[in-house]
Write a protein that binds this ligand. Structure first.
Ligand code: NAD
Length: 283
């Protein structure tokens, strides 16, 4: 590995992470990171076989030290020009505290630690979810400020993020994904001071192992209804997300920062225009 080759960090190498690595990783050192070693090594083997230059590191995004050492390792490989943060847990996979720790606090930690190492002209994309748009959590001004600006280490202790305050893992997931968008808005100024950009993508239902677990779970019927009533009338592919990520990581979006790109096949639009009724859900 040449020390001057540009570095692209992909955190979470499940369905979306791998597709994004493939789409944007040619000609760079691709640093893959995940807390599941089996997933990590399978992704690395596959991408190396296809000619990519791949390094790997295990990381737990909910732990500040772990993310800091990942960021340092990335910077030691060369200029860190792109970061794609896709690590996450879905409602059927995890409890309320685990979702808050990984999906909400984990994103905040990654934004903080990679702000320290991103190269000028660099860009990051964080995978949020259309679930953020459906979240029924409506923060008051003080809560909004706390979600945006509390140090990451203090977020989990906010009373309205406690397990007592959140009904179930579906609500926690929507809230966490809404918070990802807020953290990215806040981070855009800090990243901008370094000449770097940061945005979220909010995917709809994308055909990955995570979505298939959710489709077989209690929200499955409603998810199928969402697809049926949406403009696109299909599941999304990881390629649909990788294309959006390539745009936000690349040279055609240099005036785009601190915002969210909804890539949901029109599900949120259908819920807003009355084609899809979402009255009884916040998933
Ligand atoms: N698939 C969908 O329909 C969908 C829709 C909207 C949003 N999302 C979001 O997209 C992102 C990627 O999802 P995916 O479908 O590729 O899922 P996936 O399960 O295929 O990949 C997620 C990866 O994150 C890793 N991970 C989990 N916790 C971690 C931790 N603490 N530290 C490091 N890595 C960790 C997992 O090991 C896994 O490899 C997630 O944030 C998810 O919430 C998915």
């Amino acid at each position: 590995v040449s020390g001057s080759q540009q570095v692209f960090v992909v955190i979470g190498v499940g369905g979306m992470g791998k597709a994004i690595a493939r789409r944007a990783g040619s000609g760079k050192t691709v640093l893959l990171a995940d807390f599941n070693e089996t997933t990590l090594h399978a992704a690395a083997t596959e991408l190396r076989a296809d000619g990519f230059t791949v390094e790997t590191r295990t990381v737990d995004v909910s732990k500040e030290d772990s993310v800091r050492s990942l960021a340092k390792a990335a910077a030691n490989l060369g200029p860190v020009v792109q970061i794609a943060h896709t690590a996450g847990l879905s409602p059927v996979q995890a409890s309320v505290p685990a979702i808050i720790a990984v999906d909400l606090v984990g994103v905040a930690i990654v934004l903080d630690e990679f702000a320290e190492v991103v190269a000028p002209g660099g860009a990051a994309v964080v995978i949020s979810s259309m679930a953020g748009a459906f979240s029924t959590f409506s923060p008051d001004a003080e809560q909004l400020h706390a979600l945006m600006h509390s140090p990451s280490g203090e977020l989990a202790a906010l009373p309205f993020l406690s397990s007592e305050a959140i009904d179930d893992s579906t609500s926690a997931y929507g809230l966490a994904k809404r918070c990802n968008q807020l953290r990215v808005q806040a981070a855009s100024t800090v990243w901008g001071a370094r000449g770097a950009r940061v945005n979220t993508i909010s995917p709809g239902i994308i055909s990955t192992p995570m979505a298939h677990e959710e489709l077989s779970g209690p929200s499955g019927d409603f998810m199928r209804l969402m697809i049926e009533k949406s403009g696109a009338q299909r599941l999304g592919t990881t390629e649909d997300i990788a294309a959006a990520a390539a745009f936000l990581l690349g040279p055609e979006s240099t005036f785009v920062t601190g915002t969210d790109l909804l890539v949901d096949g029109g599900v949120v639009a259908a819920s807003r225009n009355g084609a899809l009724s979402v009255s009884a859900t916040d998933s």
